[in-house]
Design a protein around this ligand. Structure first.
Ligand code: NCD
Length: 360
């Protein structure tokens, strides 16, 4: 199957030079947004948000409006025909015939990939379950470029829910492509970074260590990326409560950090950063959210200006083989072709939608 539209499902589908082009354009827009005010006159962007969102949805909408375009969409699928049982395939097919670009957020991994298979316009992944969040990563890269003046040779601490946090998955994959970056994963044993992300880091030549104390890790960091415990991805309230409040960044811990360490957070924050930290000049999470508008303006412009035909699925179908991940879109929307890639080893298949591995 081929698609004639440019999609952004996973940043790894593009070379680093493409990400850099988008980030650099984002910085150019930040410095003079008015120059881009009519670049999308007459264009329509649809935002299909099957999951709650403040920043991602509104920054995408602001981005399109500031480019001169218009927006349609829903932020509550219960107000759309999804509530009547419509599949992603049908919703996407129709909405993509109304719009020039479709931005989708969904609670199930691989949903954006699934949408791109039948879309008649470009699809952007605005978060697919606990899997990936590539446009947050573009936001984070622009933040690092502006606030740290580099994307390389950084020691980056990631703290909190590393298992379910899609932002840290995408960001690790991206930052491990730049030379000299070291990761310090700070989490409880239950919420450690998934093995497939750690394998990608190693394969890209970056290093990581896993620790459980934020106090001990903080002095060595150039960047501290805090995350929320992802309550909605836990099987039970008890399991969530057992993890809640394990890591709290406060004034005392900030005293242990380097004077030029920056604190990032994709937001929303719950309890993991106390409000007193907001006044520390090293706290960059609010400005980070603002940079998200510029980088999304850059992304919309880039995606709409580049036309290329590509294969929608590059893996193979293995008759009778199904993905084992209950949170994978192929186990929710039965019509989808179940496509797998080989993951280095001849006995290990990787689901093309959610990256879950399976032994054959
Ligand atoms: C994040 C998300 O939705 O994954 N938020 C965002 O997009 N800025 C982080 C989160 O919800 O914890």
């Amino acid at each position: 199957m081929q698609s004639q539209y440019q999609h952004l499902i996973d940043l790894s589908d593009y070379p680093v030079s493409w990400w850099k082009k988008v980030i650099d354009l984002g910085e150019e827009i930040k410095n003079d947004p008015s120059r881009f005010a009519h670049e999308c006159d007459g264009k329509v962007m649809a935002t299909l948000f099957y999951e709650p969102s403040t920043r991602t949805q509104m920054s995408f909408q602001t981005a399109m409006i500031r480019l001169g375009g218009q927006i349609i969409g829903f932020d509550n699928p219960n107000n759309s025909s999804v509530a009547k049982g419509e599949t992603i395939k049908d919703t996407t097919k129709i909405v993509s015939s109304y719009a020039d670009v479709l931005v989708i957020r969904h609670p199930v991994a691989g949903a954006a990939k699934a949408a791109s298979l039948t879309s008649d316009c470009s699809v952007i992944n605005a978060g697919d379950g606990g899997h990936l969040h590539p446009t947050q990563t573009l936001t984070d890269l622009l933040t690092l470029q502006i606030e740290k003046k580099t994307l390389s040779d950084l020691t980056i601490g990631m703290c909190g829910d590393l298992l379910n946090g899609r932002t840290v998955h995408s960001l690790c994959k991206a930052l491990s492509m730049f030379k000299g970056n070291k990761f310090v994963f700070i989490s409880t044993p239950e919420l450690m970074m998934p093995a497939y992300i750690k394998d990608i880091i190693k394969a890209n030549g970056s290093t990581y260590e896993e620790v459980n104390s934020l106090e001990e890790a903080i002095p060595s960091l150039d960047v501290l990326y805090m995350t929320r415990i992802q309550q909605e991805r836990f099987a039970s309230q008890e399991e969530y409560l057992a993890q809640k409040n394990t890591y709290i960044l406060d004034y005392q811990k900030m005293l242990l950090a380097k004077r030029d360490m920056i604190v990032m957070h994709p937001l929303p924050r719950v309890d993991e950063i106390t409000v007193e930290v907001d006044d520390d000049p090293r706290a960059k999470y609010f400005v980070q959210a603002k940079y998200g508008v510029y980088v999304r303006m850059a992304l919309i412009l880039t995606i709409l200006s580049e036309k290329k035909t590509s294969e929608t699925l590059i893996g193979k179908l293995y008759p009778g083989v199904q993905c084992d991940n209950p949170k994978c879109i192929t186990n929710h929307e039965g019509y989808l072709p179940k496509s797998f890639r080989f993951s280095g080893d001849e006995t290990l298949l990787e689901c093309e939608y959610c990256d879950e591995r399976k032994l054959i």
